[in-house]
Design a protein around this ligand. Sequence first.
Ligand SMILES: NC(=O)c1ccc[n+]([C@@H]2O[C@H](COP(=O)([O-])OP(=O)(O)OC[C@H]3O[C@@H](n4cnc5c(N)ncnc54)[C@H](OP(=O)(O)O)[C@@H]3O)[C@@H](O)[C@H]2O)c1
Length: 163
Amino acid sequence: MPKPLNLIVACAANRVIGRAGRLPFDIPEDKAWFHEKTAGTTVVLGRICYETWPRVRQDGRVPVVISSNRALAQPGVHVAADVPQALAIAQSLPGEIMICGGQRIYEETLPLCDRLLLTLVHADVPGDTWFPEWRQLPWRETWRKDSADAAYRYTFSVLERQR
Ligand SMILES: NC(=O)c1ccc[n+]([C@@H]2O[C@H](COP(=O)([O-])OP(=O)(O)OC[C@H]3O[C@@H](n4cnc5c(N)ncnc54)[C@H](OP(=O)(O)O)[C@@H]3O)[C@@H](O)[C@H]2O)c1
């Protein structure tokens, strides 16, 4: 029985997730949520996400990096050539699977994922990287928390895929 695929993302109302290699918003509560939810898991992520997250291996995370650069592999860091290979490696490792982006990886895995941990930021922000449209898929919301800081209103939700 394969392990469920969890996808975690913070997404603006206009589906922007990134700008110039960084997050397009700075929301401390969301960063804490992301770090807590990914601690101790196998994180599947693209090469840029990996390179911009120097502390990815803290808190017991095991990265599976999708890249053509096999030289990124080192003890405790797995490298896969594409999404299917990354998911096969992730399935072979202990621990929950968390898919962490970026854009192409989200596009390829959204149709496959079982659970979406979504932070929806209720603002349109400028950016260059997008999350695919998820609202047309059948979901059941099992948890939700509305929150805000001085700059943004946002909602954390856990959405279970209905098959
Ligand atoms: N808001 C959020 O929750 C969130 C989450 C994740 C990322 N982001 C943002 O998104 C941006 C980074 O994402 P990104 O999409 O630009 O880059 P990315 O996916 O992190 O990295 C792109 C690289 O990963 C490899 N890659 C990605 N998808 C692949 C695929 N399907 N098959 C084979 N190789 C693949 C390629 O590596 P090689 O060139 O080495 O072959 C590609 O050049 C940043 O701005 C980041 O802050 C935001």
